[in-house]
Design a protein. Structure first.
Length: 142
């Protein structure tokens, strides 16, 4: 599935649809270039999952945990260089949880992600005015 997200309202709508499809144990792998909207989408999905507190990027701490309809585990792998470092930091324990795990920069560790992952790839559209989002079953290609 591929969609255009031309504005904030479209992103919010997409996030509500995505959140409705997530259950405990879901893993969402977000990919895309810097500034493509990964954190914006995570914030919208978290709100749709009932998170009331402010969702912030965990790029320096690597993980934030939020209470919602299900616990929400937000990982940011921007500063994680590879699978070995991911495991060394103990981040792999967040791939099998009682909640929803949202992973930014997930394409850095595709071989570690569960087969039941959902990949959400974000990119800029041709005009640079909106975003293209593509959703596929499974982890991102390595």
């Amino acid at each position: 599935m591929s969609d255009r997200l031309p504005d904030h309202a479209a992103t919010e709508s997409f996030a509500v649809e995505l959140a409705a499809s997530l259950d405990a144990g879901s893993v969402v792998a977000l990919t895309g270039p810097l500034g493509a909207g990964k954190t914006t989408l995570v914030k919208a999905v978290a709100r749709a999952l009932g998170v009331e507190e402010e969702v912030t990027s965990p790029s320096f701490v690597r993980l934030n945990v939020y209470a919602g309809r299900h616990p929400v585990y937000h990982l940011d792998l921007y500063r994680v260089k590879d699978s070995a470092e991911f495991i060394a930091f103990g981040l792999d324990e967040w791939l099998d949880t009682d909640g929803v795990t949202l992973i930014e920069w997930a394409d850095r560790v595709p071989e570690l992600l569960p087969a039941h992952s959902i990949t959400v790839a974000l990119d800029y559209d041709e005009e640079g005015e909106g975003r293209i989002v593509t959703v596929t079953d499974g982890p991102p290609d390595s």
